[in-house]
Design a protein around this ligand. Sequence first.
Ligand SMILES: Cc1ncc(COP(=O)(O)O)c(C=O)c1O
Length: 389
Amino acid sequence: MSKQELRLSRSVSQVNPFRVMTVMDRASELEAAGKKIVHMEVGEPDFTTASPIVNAAKMALDKGKTHYTVAPGIFELREKISYHYSKHHKIEVDPSRILITPGASGGLTLLANMLVSPNDGILTSDPAYPCVRNFIHMFSAEPQLIPVGLEQNFQPNVGQMKRYRKKNTTGIWLASPSNPTGTILEKSHLNEISEWAREERLHLLVDEIYHGLKYVDDLPSVLEVDENAFVVNSFSKYFGMTGWRLGWIIVPENYIEMANILAQNLFISAPTIAQYAALASFSEEAEEIFEQRRLEFDRRKNFLVEELKALGFYTPDNIQGAFYIYADISNFSKNSEIFCRDLLNKYNVAITPGTDFGEYKAEQFVRFAFTTSMEDLELGVERLKTALS
Ligand SMILES: Cc1ncc(COP(=O)(O)O)c(C=O)c1O
């Protein structure tokens, strides 16, 4: 059989590639040709994993921790995560409700398997992390995109949910803080959404992967208002462990058994070394390192927001979490893809077009990630000044 005759599954036809990968590929080509690129497209911390975690991994290897673990993950780690919720959110989460997954991506895969059937509709924001829409498509379901703009802090409200829901709607998937916008859902807002979801018997899933990376006093977990919500989280961002592929989900009590069965079937277990390494991320020493890094992200954010505003971009007044600024480029261009391409090719600054994150005003927005040094951010801003003058 020739390659062309092979049939792909019907559901993947709707799954789109990340445009940021094209940006990264082009940036690598330019770097290979000797250009110095300012990387503001990358969605991962520039810091390498904190040393207490690396040392714990070395010790685990020496102790021969190279086998599978139990499907929901080692109990010690789930206990530490449970303690993390009581310390930071003042809520009790029984470790049995926590499952360790291969990244938040693994968590989303598991929850999509558990909660999404063909032809279901899932309400989600536009713009949002692109995989969310793609996961929904993979299950032959319908992403029901709620357009969210700068004027509403890029988070959907219940009024919109009522308008965008259809007969087939079965769930709501949100993120706080959001990628690409860095905005959060306040507690009262979470409460309203949760009440409506309960009335309408819709499941509520909140991706809290950027928790920890906050620039406001209160960044609530949805579990503070709704113990029946599904939570996705990860060691990738705040804990700086992207390459270790480790995350977790929290499910309501009566979904524990099914989540365990799915974990066994989908992954057997999350990476063992990564699980033992992650135990050290709750040590005082690691927490101090994370706090220093958070402060550095805060400093970069303040610098970049001010500079972008002075240049004529429109951005939210208050980036509340994560490490992104979603900026309106109306003053300069009507086409975010061409804007990003020119900026990279002519001025060697890499950013991501809004078209990666949805459809709503996607041509009008770009995402800046402050995941590079202050020195590089300053250089990036100088280049932007030249480009836009
Ligand atoms: C909102 C959001 N969710 C999930 C992920 C997946 O993260 P990981 O699988 O590395 O934990 C990302 C990655 O950028 C993200 O931005």
